[in-house]
Write a protein that binds this ligand. Structure first.
Ligand code: AMP
Length: 301
């Protein structure tokens, strides 16, 4: 089953205490699309400028990502830069330039409109709503967001929540959106705003999945070497949605497995800058780390 993905496609500049790289392939949709491509076919919706390097388009194509919905417009590609502290959980955004995204109002190609599965990766909720409005009868819609939209676009974000099946966000965003200190209360309160499922990511502490009669707590993979945490959340969400599209059957079992596959892909992605690590990732790598996740959370044999 195909998965439609929209979100940002960016040129990222990232600095950690040990390394610095400029104009790398980034963006929520780029990470999500490549992550999802390990599970299902992906139809990408987005925009880049004429400065977008050809090898990055080739990378999408190498992953079998359909680019019929990718517009190349006059102007500059979305740019983001960020800096990490020695504690890699602490990130400071240095700059964001929407550039060609500022006026992006995509018209979906006809064959995209029948998408059974949709992942609205992090971008303005207005754009997420615009894309979603063009999809006829999707089976399952997953959406991600960030603190910026909670602060400057809360109304359209609340409208979006009524239309989606699963919301993915990180712990600080869940607390901020619900004005709650307890994540459990925040998760339950988010369910009342519309989505049937809510997934709260806790970085190196794993994640929590809430449903009306579901609660699942997954660990994170205990990685020793993290090179660049950028895009971990997007890879998690892309692989989560990609696995569900592949399973084509939403139930508690497939949702739990989707959380683990999301965690597996995210854990690989942070081993290198940009999408470097996912370029060499194999299905065998994915299955071997999936098995380790199984052992990590097993306490009775
Ligand atoms: P994450 O590390 O999962 O928070 O995602 C980082 C990615 O999000 C980077 O590749 C950025 O290009 C992208 N990004 C940063 N800010 C925004 C924004 N306001 N809207 C969409 N994407 C963004």
């Amino acid at each position: 089953m195909s998965l439609l993905i929209t979100g940002s496609i960016a040129l990222d500049s990232v600095k950690t205490p040990l390394e610095e790289h400029h104009d790398m392939l980034g963006g929520s949709a780029s990470y999500a699309a490549v992550a999802a491509s390990f599970f299902t076919s992906v139809n990408l919706v987005g925009i880049v400028g004429t400065d977008f390097p050809r090898p990055y388009l080739d990378l999408f194509q190498k992953h079998g990502i359909n680019l019929a919905g990718l517009q190349i417009a006059d102007g500059k590609t979305f740019r983001w830069s960020g800096e990490y502290e020695w504690d890699l959980n602490q990130r400071r955004t240095l700059s964001v330039c929407l550039n060609v995204f500022e006026t992006f109002q995509p018209n979906l190609p006809e064959h995209y409109r029948a998408a059974p599965y949709v992942f609205l990766a992090n971008i303005s909720p207005q754009l997420q709503l615009h894309v979603l409005a063009q999809v006829k009868q999707p089976k399952f819609i997953v959406a991600d967001t960030m603190d910026l939209w909670i602060n400057i676009a809360k109304e359209p974000l609340l409208e979006l929540l009524k239309k989606i099946d699963c919301l993915i966000l990180n712990e600080s965003e869940a607390r901020e959106l619900m004005k709650e200190t307890s994540l459990i209360k925040a998760g339950k309160a988010l369910l009342k705003l519309g989505p049937k499922f809510v997934c709260i990511k806790k970085g190196e502490h794993g994640c929590l999945l809430f449903g009306h009669d579901l609660f699942f707590s997954a660990p994170a993979y205990p990685l020793e070497d993290i090179h660049d945490p950028t895009g971990a959340g997007d890879c998690f969400a892309g692989a989560f949605a990609g696995y569900l599209a592949k399973a084509d059957n939403i139930n508690h079992d497939t949702l739990r497995k989707a959380v683990i596959y999301g965690s597996v892909i995210a854990s690989y992605n942070v081993e290198a800058f940009s999408l470097g690590r996912l370029q060499t990732l194999t299905q065998q790598d994915i299955e071997s780390r999936y098995r380790i996740f199984k052992q990590l959370s097993q306490f009775e044999v």
